[in-house]
Design a protein around this ligand. Sequence first.
Ligand SMILES: [Zn+2]
Length: 115
Amino acid sequence: MEFYNICYICGYINPEKLVDYSICKCCLYQYGIDDTVYGHESLMEYRNGWIKEGFPFKGILGYFKSIDKLLLQLDNLKKLEISNYHSLFTAHQVNKKWTNEVNQDLIRNSWDKYY
Ligand SMILES: [Zn+2]
């Protein structure tokens, strides 16, 4: 099911279902670690960090090539609901600070800085 392959950080559709200890192939977030300890807030913190670092794809700067391609991927986040978060350990905690909306200003500022 495609839903479980979408990364909550970067919106990338991974080839395999993301479960605890899975690592997203795009942003390299590892599920079931920080989200277990700090809850869903860690998702927002990690996403903002990833954006500020220039959206490295598999650690390779420049993968996205165009901001449109990046925004298209981040658009996948709109398909996600935090109440459906798939971590086995945090399934019953819902942090309302998590949002499936990305900070557009942060994205554009980082884009201008890196590309
Ligand atoms: Zn990701």
